[in-house]
Ligand binder design. Sequence first.
Ligand code: GAP
Length: 446
Amino acid sequence: MAARTLKNVDLETLVSLSKRRGFIFQSSEIYGGLGSVWDYGPVGVELKRNVKDLWWKAMVRDRDDVVGIDAAILMHPDVWVASGHVSSFSDPLVECTNCHRRYREDQLESEACPECEGEFGEPRQFNLMFETHIGPVQSDDNTIYLRPETAQAMFVNFQNVQTTTRKKLPFGIAQQGKSFRNEITPGNFTFRTREFEQMEMEFFCTPGEDEEWHRYWIDFSMNWYRSHGLRAEKLMVREHEADELPHYSKASADIDFEFPWGWGELETISNRTDYDLKAHMERSGKDLSYFDQEKNERYVPFVVEPAMGADRSALAFLADAYDEEPGEKESRVVLRFHPDVAPFQVAVLPLSRNEKLTPKAREVYDTVRTVFNTQFDDAQSIGRRYRRQDEIGTPLCVTVDFETVESDDAVTIRNRDSMEQVRVPVANLVQAINDQIVQMRKDSAG
Ligand code: GAP
């Protein structure tokens, strides 16, 4: 496989590629956009779906000790009182007395407003939860929140899941879904947004075994990122200092990735102890303890939580895949995704759009697409189409030419990384593609 450059792509290049190729668009762009909310386009949605499916497979389908749920975004408001979000999910906010811009106090580098040098007023706490009202009447009695994390649904469903699955400790409950935070200083593209998707798992275990499981899940996540192509030198584990631990955590570690602007958190893995289950027991009056038959003992389980962002992970895969190869006339931009992360695995391209080649290429496409996520592309010159597939990171391009239809019933497979082209009979095409994909998986796993 071709060596990748180790330099960081700059954010501007990534944002412009994302728009040009249909990865990510600004939300409501024709109305001037909505602050820090983004839409995934036809290519980006495939990338993000792959990231989520790969996580779900590794976390739920390939394991006997984790099950999934898909809970509602809207939850009883008491959930957020018990979890501590109503009282303490807030950032210190200061407002410039001159231009009235607002900033997070803990992120300011000077004592004057960065915009107009005006003075700041007194800091106040700003809760990050979005509020709305349930039912036809808007009043304080029916205020509810868009969930700021998916985790709480796993705690409040602990008994339901345990009794229906009859799982014994240790076991986990996983969920993927939207969360919402009215961030004061969002930014860096899809890194910090107001609407985002999380992939979280709450792993319930016996108190005393929690620290071992905490280490286990940190290693698990690191391996997951690396085995799907993120380079080891761009990942690091950072243990939280005591003064930065979330209110529910006994110990937390972040997995950080080197984004174009520097190191940033991809995931936090926390030892949440029995904090949440106990808080919900107290507020709801329901017993959420567990009876351990082997020990003949009842106790409240401890919880270890790997909490990953789907959007941040997708952004990390995108940034890490970016590469540029110098060419004679212009450089070749290529996204060297792991083949399972790549939005499309194969593109089928007739050499040119005409009555002879297009029907044959469609026939090949119909065969290949039953096995691999495949695009058909017959617009513009073949050179431009290769460039487009390189820029969206498609591992293999299959070209149907005149020889295919006139003499050999074979096609050419072009490899994104080595640029090698091999001629393969159509009858063996699926196997030949599979062999190359298997090799590319091996090459890109770190
Ligand atoms: N349940 C624990 C929890 O929510 P968190 O560290 O606040 O922990 C977990 O969030 C992950 O969710 C983060 O590591 C990040 O990947 C993602 N995330 C959090 N806030 C985000 C935001 N505003 N925009 C995009 N992703 C975010």
